[in-house]
Design a protein around this ligand. Structure first.
Ligand code: GTQ
Length: 343
């Protein structure tokens, strides 16, 4: 036995300089019986984070920082700027009069507005005002800058597919020649142009992202409220609406799936899991998120929680609760990898 082990060890040593390795010693880890996320279930409480964001506002300008953001780092992935195994999240602060300079990158971004008003984001020449609860898209490789004409701090959550793009080594970035791009206020409110159930008769879908950049909360809130009155909540998901590309009915973004969720007071979902990893944001109410094997996460307005892929979880609503979430589900779907389990 011993000589066999030794013979193998010697054999492995011979393989190493040839850049060869025996599959049999790593096979089970390479092809696991089920997903093994490195990310952990975790939460950031708004009350804890907001003072640190304001402090960042005293220490550095948006222009110097380029983006004044506190990255939400998953404790299972320290130093990696990852909120899950595939996604990025950060909280961005912009103060009155500031500009976060224009750039573009191949990573797709979403903004979910949490606090304050008066800020805007400009995407490819279109200026979109930001209000709490609005879901705003920066499609990949579009010029974007953020600004602020109001008089109070504004904070939003940035959700990007950075880890996915890094894994594919497909990241490019360019700075714009000027601090801010020229915007034409009258030329194209994409929400009205594409989000009114009407499309130009010769509309052709360009690229992979929704032509509608902003999904205002006033509309989304009404939609989920009416939906909740019209149907019973799904036992595993509650009342769950996808943000869609109005021209295709598909996800609004190619790599990130955004969802609005409503749970009536007292409602408890049954255990559910899916291969995609989910970032949840509290909008209204209060709920308990139980991820199997982890402490209870109590999520309220502006808190951010993470449910790693293939983790079984439930939601129990203490009050009428609205949550926003985003995940890498569109990628799982496109690659035929999405799996769900309900119990
Ligand atoms: O606003 O363009 O949180 O490029 C990270 C990278 C925000 C942005 C982030 C970015 C941005």
């Amino acid at each position: 036995m011993m000589t066999e082990d030794l013979a193998r060890e010697r054999y492995y040593e011979q393989l190493q300089p040839l850049n060869l390795a025996p599959l049999w010693s790593v096979l089970k880890g390479l092809v696991p019986a089920q997903p093994v996320p490195a990310a952990r279930a975790c939460m950031w409480s708004w009350n804890e984070v907001y003072p640190h964001l304001l402090r960042a506002g005293e220490l550095i300008t948006a222009e110097e920082a380029e983006r004044r953001v506190l990255v939400l780092e998953n404790p299972g992935l320290p130093g990696k700027s990852q909120v899950t195994d595939t996604l990025y999240a950060g909280l961005q602060l912009i103060l009155p009069g500031e500009t976060a300079p224009a750039h573009r990158h191949t990573q797709s971004a979403l903004r979910f507005v949490l606090h304050g008003s008066g800020a805007y984001t400009a995407v490819d020449g279109e200026k979109t005002p930001m209000h709490r609860g609005d879901f705003i898209i920066t499609p990949h490789w579009t010029w974007h800058d953020h600004g602020h004409d109001g008089d109070e701090p504004v904070v939003w959550l940035d959700g990007l597919d950075v880890p996915l793009v890094t894994f594919l080594r497909a990241g490019f970035r360019e700075e714009f020649s000027h601090k801010a791009q020229a915007t034409s206020p009258g030329a194209g409110n994409s929400t009205v142009r594409f989000g009114s159930g009407l499309l130009p008769i010769d509309h052709v879908q360009r690229g992979l992202t929704s032509p509608m950049f902003c999904y205002p909360y006033v509309r989304a809130r009404e939609a989920i409220e009416v939906q909740a009155r019209a149907t019973d909540p799904d036992p595993h998901l509650g009342v769950c609406l996808r943000y869609v590309n109005p021209a295709t009915g598909g996800w609004a973004m190619p790599t990130i799936g955004a969802v609005l969720r409503y749970y009536p007071r007292g409602f408890a979902t049954r255990p559910y899991r899916s291969t995609d990893s989910t970032v949840l944001v509290g909008l209204e109410g209060e709920a308990e998120i139980r991820v199997k094997g982890c402490d209870v996460l109590r999520i309220g307005p502006n808190d951010v929680a993470v449910v790693p892929g293939w983790s079984e979880w439930t939601v129990t609503a203490r009050l009428d609760t609205v949550l926003f979430s985003y995940s890498d589900r569109p990628v799982h779907e496109k690659l035929g990898l999405l799996r769900e389990a309900r119990s």
